[in-house]
Design a protein around this ligand. Structure first.
Ligand SMILES: *Cc1c(COP(=O)(O)O)cnc(C)c1O
Length: 426
């Protein structure tokens, strides 16, 4: 397809420079871990289609539940009205969450974060003690809306918008060896600012940063400090939720637990857009009042859409089965073995893994960045070989759906090894 065609393309794709990007691949069908294109080629989806898919594409159980829901109630306004799907989903989701007692629905990861930020700010406002600043991790990612951009890494991607992003104080994530440094940074900030509303973080794995990982002890230490200074904690579990880290939620590794949590991506099993922000009683109580001005004035047209609730419930059905956790543990073991096997490869700078997530940083003369030139060549190399792997700069990661078989995962590992072996020639 020529430049001219792309120039006329009515669709403006996300994160895509339309002039230089290769034409998108038309996908006609998905089944299990495979995507099939219009020419009959298949691609093993090793990144769960941008981290959303849990059980494989077009899963029959989810399809059946969604289809039945569509024939009963497709949508209803969620203010002044409710429906069984939302009620059941709240019960079941909260049942799996540590110390969360209330749930607020929205549409995607960014809105889940916006809601969390608004809850935190208004929590203080409603009590007559306004606090307006946030603490966040360096190189964090929380979405692309303005609030979410503000608390994320303020870098090249959002440079045009810097003047519009609100003030955030950053600390380094407590990666191995940096735990004490990170805690001291937080302690200093909290001692010197009495207007900090909350600390927001991606628990244990910073996805967009390149699957950068830290240990639960390091993060627990930070949450402890927040408790000492009585500021709120927000766990953005949009990527880490629903089994990715080997437990239901990354926050299950933490004690004490966060006050607010954000979910999206895997919530519907990756079927459709849906998000939830949950909180504990202390947050909810600050809004629960005879005073109308203490209301959380936030909502979206499709809040708690019944079809999205049906997809989420169907995904929970599958997640609640022992078989799903056997698969997660199988993937976890195999990723750990691969990490151990590949770490001394001459082209590998570092490896890390947690739960089903595996990441490898390859040696590169250019600095580690999303714009690393090898990134596009690697992406095309994997596609040609029939694998959907989308490196983040010089970091190759695997985040597979749980239906991925040991044989399929082995082939993903093999194609990565072959890319590493031939890196200079790619
Ligand atoms: C993807 C992601 C988001 C944003 O979710 P969208 O649905 O893309 O808006 C927020 N936080 C984290 C940790 C994410 O990985």
């Amino acid at each position: 397809m020529s430049d001219a065609f792309q120039n006329k393309n009515p669709i403006w794709y996300p994160f895509t420079q339309m002039k230089t990007a290769a034409p998108p691949i038309p996908i006609v069908r998905g089944e299990d871990a495979y995507l099939y294109d219009a020419d009959g080629n298949r691609y093993l989806d090793a990144i769960s289609s941008w981290w959303v898919n849990l059980h494989g594409h077009s899963h029959p159980h989810i399809a059946e539940k969604v289809s039945a829901q569509l024939k009963t109630l497709e949508h209803v306004i969620f203010a002044g009205f409710t429906h069984a799907g939302a009620e059941e989903l709240s019960q079941r989701l909260l049942g799996h969450l540590p110390h969360q007692s209330h749930i607020f629905f929205s549409d995607n990861g960014s809105t889940a974060v916006e809601v969390a930020l608004k809850m935190a700010i208004q929590y203080w406002y409603n009590q007559g003690k306004p606090k307006t600043k946030f603490v966040a991790f360096n190189h964090g990612y929380h979405g692309d809306t303005f609030g979410a951009m503000s608390v994320g890494h303020q870098g090249e991607f959002n440079k045009p918008f810097w003047p519009f992003l609100f003030e955030v104080l950053y600390i380094d994530p407590p990666v191995r060896g940096m735990e004490y440094h990170s805690q001291e940074q937080l302690r200093r900030l909290l001692a010197n600012h009495d207007d900090i509303a909350a600390f927001i973080f991606e628990p244990l794995v910073q996805g967009v940063a390149g699957m950068v990982m830290h240990e639960p002890e390091g993060l627990t230490g930070l949450i402890d400090i927040c408790h000492q200074y009585q500021i709120l904690t927000i766990a953005d579990e949009v990527m880490t939720g629903f089994g990715r880290t080997g437990k239901w939620f990354a926050s299950d590794y933490l004690d004490p637990n966060p006050s607010i949590m954000c979910f999206s991506k895997g919530l519907t099993g990756g079927t459709m857009a849906m998000a939830a922000t949950t909180c504990d009683d202390s947050i909810y109580d600050a809004f629960y009042s005879d005073d109308k001005m203490k209301t959380l004035f936030h909502g979206h047209s499709f809040t708690a859409n019944p079809v999205a609730c049906a997809a989420s419930l169907a995904s929970l059905d599958l997640l609640e089965q022992e078989e799903c956790w056997n698969r997660i543990r199988q993937i976890e073991t195999q990723q750990a073995e691969f990490a151990n096997h590949i770490k001394s490869h001459p082209n590998v700078k570092s490896v890390r893994h947690l739960g089903v997530i595996f990441a490898l940083e390859f040696q590169s003369p250019e600095e580690t960045s999303y714009f690393n030139p090898l990134r596009d060549r690697l992406y095309q190399y994997f596609l040609k070989a029939g694998f959907l792997l989308r490196p983040l700069g010089n970091i190759i990661y695997i985040l597979p759906p749980y239906c991925t078989t040991p044989e399929q995962l082995k082939r993903i590992h093999e194609v990565i090894v072959s890319a590493l072996d031939t890196l200079d020639k790619l």
